[in-house]
Design a protein around this ligand. Structure first.
Ligand SMILES: Cc1cc2nc3c(=O)[nH]c(=O)nc-3n(C[C@H](O)[C@H](O)[C@H](O)COP(=O)(O)OP(=O)(O)OC[C@H]3O[C@@H](n4cnc5c(N)ncnc54)[C@H](O)[C@@H]3O)c2cc1C
Length: 401
């Protein structure tokens, strides 16, 4: 059998893409190949579960456009398919007067990105929403929420298979070759023939692209995000989502408080380099992953520019007190005993050889392949919209008959 489209990766981007392809091409045979034994096992299943509004992103970027559109699609999808979600709202807090100009910049960006209902609020209004927060001013973002991404992926997977297509687990793609107008995809178990391929392999997307012969200069460098969970006795101190102002040099939002849709409150994540692409614990190490990073000039350039920040993050990773200090900037009454351990996630950070972090979503396209080489946050929220973007690329670049 020759499949029309093969999607590599059953994270939210791969599943959303396969779902959107199945809607646009109802007669096509679509195959999703996932290396693990379940859907959403990596970034999608290890993230904060936040429905981002789109307030932070550069106007006109894929992130800005796909986050807003993806959010609307996601909320509708969750409502229609009983996926747990809640639009609980968020505040972004200026802790002191010096942070107000930065807060105003983010607010202006939010207006440009047409984020509904955002408002700058004073201390009194802020305390009505989040009574335990310390700050002088905040932006209230009422359309931000929380969602069960794994639950959403399970529904997407069901919809893909119900429409006659396949999601095959335990199939690690090892190579892709082209012959006689058709692609051969070799996995750890089987060989598949396909007309076209979409690479949504997240932390391994650069490797899958290389295994298909794409000479991209981009390298994925893994950064672990570690969390604590608030003990039940302190959970009443967080009503929704509480964020600090982000450091503009990094694509991370700073450690924050997140009410979780399936219960509990998470604090984090930080961002520490990890020696393994799927390294969820502090001791994680993989020889190949480490050598590849050590051999990549972009990593050393990034490290030389931001070594101080790297050391700070590492300190907070090993020192619970250091982590707590950051959290106390937002809620001073949180104490050491309020924090209990919680699972981590690993982000795929795409770097250029000159050390620049690729900020926006990034795709490379050939006549038979689309490679999604950068899909960081808010790609989980934007998933359905990224799926539309990929369908557009398929229409524009592939000679479909
Ligand atoms: C700590 C953390 C917090 C985050 N918080 C948020 C948030 O609150 N909101 C938000 O929108 N985003 C958030 N993100 C980002 C978001 O999780 C990612 O942008 C999104 O999940 C990317 O989805 P994906 O499908 O591209 O990647 P993944 O979910 O990683 O999926 C890629 C899949 O490809 C599979 N795969 C890899 N190689 C192969 C191969 N060779 N063969 C077959 N299969 C393969 C993997 O097993 C995996 O299942 C966060 C990320 C992290 C790590």
């Amino acid at each position: 059998m020759i499949y029309d489209f093969t999607v590599v990766g059953a994270g939210i981007v791969g599943l959303s893409t396969a779902y959107k392809l199945s809607l646009s091409y109802p007669d096509a045979n679509i195959l999703v190949l996932e290396k693990e034994n379940r859907v959403a096992p990596h970034q999608t299943g290890h993230n904060s579960g936040v429905i981002h509004s789109g307030i932070y992103y550069k106007p006109g970027s894929y992130k800005a456009k796909n986050c807003v559109d993806g959010r609307h699609q996601l909320v509708k999808f969750c409502r229609e398919n009983d996926v747990a979600h809640e639009i609980c709202g968020k505040i972004i807090v200026a802790s002191d007067e010096s942070e107000i100009p930065k807060l105003e910049e983010i607010y202006e960006r939010g207006l440009q990105n047409e984020i509904e209902g955002i408002k700058v609020i004073d201390k009194e209004e802020m305390l009505e929403i989040e009574p335990y927060v310390n700050g002088v001013q905040a932006i209230h973002v009422p359309c931000t929420g929380i969602v069960d991404f794994v639950g959403m992926c399970e529904v997407l997977s069901e919809k893909i298979t119900e429409s006659g297509n396949q999601v095959r687990l335990n199939q690690q793609v090892q190579s892709v070759s082209q012959k006689n107008g058709c692609l051969t995809v070799q996995t750890s178990k089987e060989t598949f023939q396909t007309g076209y391929l979409i690479n949504c392999a997240g932390l391994h997307s650069d490797r899958v692209a290389r295994s298909a012969g794409v000479q991209s200069p981009i390298k994925i460098v893994p950064f672990r995000g570690e969390y604590y969970e608030l003990a039940p006795s302190a959970q009443h101190k967080v009503k929704g989502l509480i964020y600090p102002l982000p450091n503009p040099e990094f694509p991370f939002l700073g450690v924050h408080f997140t009410k979780m849709v399936l219960g509990g409150v998470e604090c984090g994540p930080n961002a520490v380099f990890t020696f393994k692409r799927e390294g969820y614990t502090k001791g994680s190490f993989d020889f190949r992953d480490t050598i590849e990073v050590a051999d990549f000039p972009g990593f050393w350039k990034l490290a030389s520019q931001h070594w101080k920040m790297g050391i700070d993050e590492m300190y907070r990773s090993y020192s619970k007190r250091g982590f707590l200090k950051n959290l106390q900037k937002l809620i001073p009454s949180i104490e050491l005993q309020d924090l209990t351990g919680s699972p981590s996630g690993v982000r795929a950070m795409a770097l250029k050889p000159n050390g620049d972090i690729l900020d926006d979503f990034y795709f490379e396209t050939t006549d038979r392949e689309v490679h999604v080489l950068n899909a960081p946050s808010p790609a989980a929220i934007a998933g359905l919209s990224i799926g539309d973007e990929i369908v557009k690329k398929v229409e524009e670049n592939f000679s479909l008959v």
